[in-house]
Design a binder for this molecule. Structure first.
Ligand SMILES: [Fe+2]
Length: 293
């Protein structure tokens, strides 16, 4: 049973939070909720924040937050983490909108925060720009990916749902095929951040919205193999890849398989090691470098 059940927020270090904020508010369509100590707190529509923009090196993960599973107390979690050799700190009022959280630096450059689902000011869906449904997953690159995977799997109870060669591991704490994708490469960075659209026709509207904002769609839409999401990628002002997706596989942990879909070429669709040249199910390549973006 995973100790957490949902990705809560991603905090990015970006060179110019105010400039990045313009893109995330005007083009992506997030709602600004708070500014605090130079950091910008942005909401997709319900939570206090899904995304935090902090001043820092471009494409660095400042921290990633998850919501604590019901019945798992923060103090108990900290004890579990301690027993596994990870020193967790309980912090109060460490960031706006979160009264209490447990924080652990799993490996250098990867800080995890866990907290209970708390107050949600529900600023509403802004109606601007692309307007995603939610922030669904983050893909991170780490020189210590094996240790990260071990932490998420063995300590936090995540499921491994697919692999790409020996490079990338897809992991989930709920029924989404992945909420995090860990890439093993000798650099600490965020590979991409992914937002779910309401339906596949939204890909066309999103591409037109991006075009009006002077932003090119780099790749897609095309259907991935791992997760089978229909994905399209563009870059934010800090050169971070942003994925827009629909149609992601639904993972059923009790069966160790994804719910069958007509486009699956493997039935049952169990966790599978895909080849490095098998990023796209349609043969329309995603030309990004898995280790760089
Ligand atoms: Fe992705």
């Amino acid at each position: 049973m995973p100790k957490v059940f949902q990705l809560a927020h991603v905090a990015l270090g970006v060179p110019d939070p105010a400039q990045a904020r313009e893109y995330y508010v005007d083009t992506l369509g997030l709602s600004p909720v708070a500014s605090d100590s130079g950091a910008e707190y942005l909401s997709v529509g319900f939570a206090h924040h899904d995304l935090v923009l902090e001043k820092g090196d471009g494409r660095r993960l400042a921290h990633v937050g998850y919501l604590l599973s019901p019945g798992t107390g923060l103090d108990d979690l900290a004890k579990t983490l301690g027993g596994a050799g990870f020193k967790a700190q309980i912090k109060s009022d460490a960031q706006p909108g979160v009264a209490k959280l447990a924080e652990v630096e799993v490996v250098p450059g990867h800080t995890v925060q866990v907290y209970e689902a708390g107050d949600a000011p529900a600023p509403g869906f802004s109606g601007k720009g692309i307007g995603p449904l939610n922030m669904g997953h983050v893909a991170i690159v780490s020189p210590e990916a094996p240790k990260l995977v071990q932490f998420y799997r063995d300590v936090m109870g995540f499921h491994e749902t697919d692999w790409i060669g020996d490079l990338a591991t897809f992991m989930t704490c709920n029924s989404d095929h992945h909420v995090i994708n860990v890439v093993n490469a000798p650099v600490n960075m965020v590979h991409h951040l992914a937002f779910q659209l309401s339906e596949s026709a939204e890909h066309a509207r999103a591409a037109d919205t991006l075009r009006r904002a002077g932003i090119k769609t780099c790749w897609g839409p095309s259907r991935h193999t791992a997760g089978h999401n229909l994905a399209a990628y563009h870059k934010d002002p800090a050169d971070l890849l942003i994925e827009l997706y629909t149609d992601m596989d639904v993972f059923v942990p009790e069966l160790n398989m994804c719910q069958p879909r007509p486009w699956h070429e493997h039935l049952p669709m169990r966790p599978r090691k895909w080849g490095l040249d098998e990023l796209s199910n349609w043969g329309v390549d995603f030309q990004y470098d898995l280790a760089r973006g």
